[in-house]
Design a protein around this ligand. Structure first.
Ligand code: F3S
Length: 282
């Protein structure tokens, strides 16, 4: 273990949108009753810290009272949800990431221009659900290139992406849509931070023996980083915290790469780096 070299990806961990959401949520805690609609970020460890600071997670706001604070997380919500929360007299702290906001506005524009909106992303992901709220009743979600073969499309298609999509999945689907539409308008709404993290993970995976990807198991951008590293043909392990590292994963490895999703707090990533660099594994 002592000869093992540890490398951290050039871009890893908290992105601009998540940093802003976390900082504002901690600032708001203590101002009154503060609730977040769904976990603020897909990282259970950080959500626990927020709970301790007074930010409680709720799945709906029916039991909240006028004047209570309601945080809208970086994934955003459909406009109907926002309107309902306003009508209820809640103090809304809207932390929708500006890049997600751009995808929502693009979807709305495409819909108004008469395109059938295609959202490339994960159907159940809250960000995709928030974009769909702006995309019109005939919008469809496409997760994989195979979906294109079975779904029904109109002749004029307008495309946006979940901000954490991988560029390769996005472009493969767009290419397929091109072959079956008469008119195709595409907004590449993949977030720059996402792409930077994926590119850095790919480069690092190419240079090491094993990759560790740190982040919530329910975090879309973290699981995407895992696939990116696996596509480089490297053994890749997804962990949430340092204690999950198993010595056998690193057996015989002389170079270990580490990266982290955009919703992975610095203190979690630092814990992993410290454990590896101090040779405390096992
Ligand atoms: Fe926003 Fe991109 Fe992060 S969309 S929340 S800056 S991954």
């Amino acid at each position: 273990m002592t000869d093992m070299e540890i490398f951290l990806a050039d871009k890893a961990g908290f992105c601009f949108g998540v940093k802003r959401a976390i900082n504002t949520a901690f600032e708001t805690a203590g101002k009154g009753k503060v609730y977040c609609l769904g976990p603020l970020i897909h990282n259970p460890q950080e959500v626990n810290r927020l709970r301790e600071a007074g930010v409680r997670t709720v799945e709906d706001f029916s039991s909240l009272s006028p004047g209570d604070y309601l945080i809208i997380r970086s994934h955003g919500v459909p406009p109907q949800v926002l309107a309902k929360a306003r009508d209820k007299g809640l103090n809304i702290i809207d932390l929708t990431c500006p890049f997600v906001g751009k995808a929502q506005r693009d979807a709305e524009l495409l819909q108004k221009e008469g395109y059938q909106v295609v959202v490339i992303g994960e159907k159940q992901h809250p960000e995709v659900q928030s974009i769909l709220g702006y995309a019109g009743d005939n919008a469809v979600v496409v997760e994989t290139a195979e979906d294109v073969e079975v779904l029904k499309f109109q002749n004029r298609l307008g495309v946006v992406a979940q901000t954490t999509q991988s560029y390769s999945n996005f472009s493969e689907i767009v290419l397929k849509l091109l072959s079956l539409s008469k008119e195709l308008k595409v907004f590449n709404t993949i977030c720059h931070s996402t792409k930077e993290r994926q590119d850095a993970a790919r480069v690092l995976a190419g240079q090491v023996d094993v990759m560790l990807v740190v982040g919530g198991r329910n975090s879309a951008n973290t699981t995407r980083l895992v696939s990116v590293c696996q596509q480089e043909g490297k053994p890749t392990y997804h962990i949430e915290v340092a204690d999950e590292i198993r010595p056998e994963w690193l057996q015989g490895a002389s170079k270990v790469g580490v990266t982290a999703g955009a919703s992975t707090p610095d203190w979690v990533l630092e814990g992993v780096m410290e454990k590896l660099t101090r040779g405390k594994v096992g």
